[in-house]
Design a protein around this ligand. Structure first.
Ligand SMILES: C[S@@+](CC[C@H](N)C(=O)[O-])C[C@H]1O[C@@H](n2cnc3c(N)ncnc32)[C@H](O)[C@@H]1O
Length: 293
């Protein structure tokens, strides 16, 4: 069994978004979204939170009520985000898929289209060790290769080379729910490295946050309330470090030789992919850009 790396703890936001996908499974847009694997990655207490959030009656007490509301709102976001990224992956098959900041991403266990595709999961060492513990015993569609990399401090290329990544082949890069946790220099450096490792025909799918008072205030209020009620917040060790206007993200990508195909906010995307949502304003700051080399 993989041990958690010392130092920085495994990502809690990775658990939050996996819980949210488990909450959404079968409840939100069941004709478009399904993630039956997510719940299998959770520990008992995490699964109990999911069961409460799947119930339409809120639980009593502040602490549980906060976890309930956070999970239900995040579930909407995850349903839209997952459908959009899945569709973008399916839209152009490539022989390699690299998932950056993979967390508890379960596409290698869930997407039949990945059969025969080389899947590489890159994550911070502590989060990756935690993920590897959680997937033990699950049968993948394509067994992922694991490259432990801190994107803020370590180069990507050598770590990918050790797991057999082939930079002469086109790659689909998935960078979902991670950019906000990296400072701008780390984002710039990662895009530069991804560009250098991208053969013609490669695509980069990036989910990022644009600057938003709604997100900022929501996060502050949530963290403060969690402290007051003695609850936990998944954001405590993972502060937001960057937000990008679409123009800034577009400039960054083109600077490194990518051409942007689409860049849409999740509220608009919800409509086009057919996912009905209630928290439109909450989704608007979050965007997904698809670019190619
Ligand atoms: C919110 S989770 C998203 C996980 C996954 N992409 C998903 O959408 O389910 C954020 C992920 O980014 C990773 N991450 C954050 N900072 C990182 C860094 N400096 N290097 C590598 N991974 C990082 C965390 O370990 C975590 O797995």
């Amino acid at each position: 069994m993989a041990e958690a790396a010392p130092g920085r703890p495994a990502s809690r936001t990775a658990v939050l978004v996996a819980q949210a996908r488990a909450v959404a499974d079968g409840r939100i847009a069941p004709d478009r979204f399904a993630d039956p694997v997510a719940v299998r990655l959770l520990d008992d207490t995490e699964r109990a939170d999911v069961e409460r959030a799947r119930d339409d009656s809120p639980p009593p007490g502040w602490r549980q009520r906060m976890a309930y509301e956070l999970l239900r709102a995040t579930a909407e976001q995850m349903a839209v985000r997952t459908v959009t990224v899945d569709d973008a992956i399916r839209a152009a098959a490539t022989p390699q898929v690299v998932i950056l900041g993979a967390g508890l991403d379960d596409r290698a266990w869930r997407l039949e289209e990945l059969a025969g595709v080389t899947v590489v999961e890159v994550d911070h060492p502590a989060s990756q060790a935690d993920k590897r513990r959680r997937v033990e015993g699950l049968e993948p569609v394509s067994a992922p290769r694991y490259a432990a990399v801190d994107l803020a401090t370590s180069p990507l290329g050598p770590a990918l080379a050790t797991v057999g990544f082939d930079e002469t082949l086109p790659t689909t890069w998935v960078w979902e729910g991670v950019v906000m946790y990296l400072a701008p220099p780390a984002v710039e450096s990662t895009v530069g490295q991804v560009a250098a490792l991208s053969a013609p025909g490669s695509r980069l799918i990036v989910n990022y946050a644009s600057p938003s008072w709604v997100t900022l205030l929501g996060r502050l209020v949530f963290v403060r309330l969690a402290r007051l009620t003695g609850g936990e917040t998944p954001f405590a060790d993972e502060p937001n470090r960057s937000a990008w206007k679409p123009e800034g993200m577009g400039r960054l990508l083109t600077r490194h030789g990518f051409r942007v195909d689409t860049d849409d906010d999740l509220a608009a995307t919800a409509q086009s992919v057919g996912v009905e949502i209630q928290h439109r304003a909450r989704l608007r700051p979050f965007r997904i850009v698809v670019a190619r080399r």
